[in-house]
Design a protein. Structure first.
Length: 304
């Protein structure tokens, strides 16, 4: 402590004895004192998080809508979004989903006529259907067509587990779409730019499954039908190549798992002039009209 005290006094006396100009220049025995200068740092502004725009899906502005049916436990609610501005759906897609402002219902239509367009709101964005308080179907729409993953659920079930009742919903079906087509579909085109669709072969899990379409170059349907697990089912329709008129309807079994053997047959066929050649699976004689089975049944009942 004594040494420190004497050294401090020595430097104090030395500083007093220095010339005034040396003090002004901040010099000590010819050595320059270090300069203590700091750059003034401006505080960084926190990065603003990008706000996710509400009611905007795939870059298109939407409005939200609801429908309600029934009361109490039987109530069915549909929650959906629709485009603020009308946009024409893909003309090749034959399942278009809209909200009809007159009926206040969500509808599935095959086409939108000009006179109907003002009353149809094109569904676009998340969709959910709720029955008795439970979600039974949910998915996404893209300009009126199914898109992404779609799921269907069974009604709520209650089981007992370890002495406790547990309620749950069971997933019964799921499908994946891309703007209206099954996601695995094989699509061919007439043009290199891939704007004119020629054929849509529906595929799911590596086999034929879903709606099949064959188009003319102008976009009209040439043939359509449905596959289930690799087999044709239901009614398949063919059209004349030169005009938008039916050529033939062929009937296939309603299910590929039917126990009884079902031989496909031509249900109805027309000639180029639109005259029936085959009706209800029977050949129509030239110059005669095809019999209407409902009228024939009515006549037989009346006779009795």
């Amino acid at each position: 402590m004594k040494h420190f005290y004497f050294i401090s006094i020595f430097y104090l006396l030395l500083a007093i004895s220095l010339p005034s100009h040396a003090q002004e220049n901040n010099t000590l025995s010819g050595d320059t004192l270090p300069s203590m200068e700091f750059e003034q740092m401006e505080p960084e502004e926190p990065k603003k998080k990008k706000k996710v725009k509400k009611k905007v899906f795939y870059g298109l502005k939407c409005k939200r809508g609801f429908t309600k049916k029934g009361q109490g436990k039987r109530m069915t609610i549909e929650s959906f979004y629709f485009l603020k501005k009308y946009k024409e759906p893909n003309p090749y897609i034959k399942e278009i989903y809209v909200y009809d402002v007159r009926k206040q219902q969500v509808l599935k239509v095959t086409e939108i006529k000009k006179k109907e367009a003002p009353f149809y709101k094109i569904l676009h964005g998340p969709y959910k259907k709720i029955v008795q308080g439970e979600v039974v179907e949910q998915g996404i729409f893209y300009i009126g067509t199914k898109h992404g993953r779609w799921e269907k659920f069974a009604t709520k079930r209650t089981d007992e587990f370890n002495g406790e009742e547990i309620s749950y919903s069971t997933l019964i079906d799921k499908e994946k779409y891309y703007r209206g087509w099954p996601k695995e579909s094989k699509i061919t085109f007439y043009d290199p730019a891939s704007t004119k669709i020629k054929e849509v072969i529906p595929m799911e899990h590596g086999q034929l499954h879903g709606d099949y379409y064959l188009f003319k170059e102008n976009g009209d349907i040439l043939a359509q039908g449905k596959y289930i697990d690799g087999k044709k089912v239901g009614l398949w329709i063919e059209y004349h190549k030169d005009k938008n008129q039916k050529l033939r309807e062929t009937k296939y079994p309603a299910s590929p798992y039917a126990e009884e053997q079902f031989e496909p047959f031509v249900l109805t066929e027309w000639d180029e002039k639109g005259q029936l050649k085959i009706s209800r699976g029977e050949v129509v004689e030239p110059g005669k009209k095809a019999a209407d089975p409902l009228k024939e049944r009515y006549k037989r009942n009346k006779r009795k």
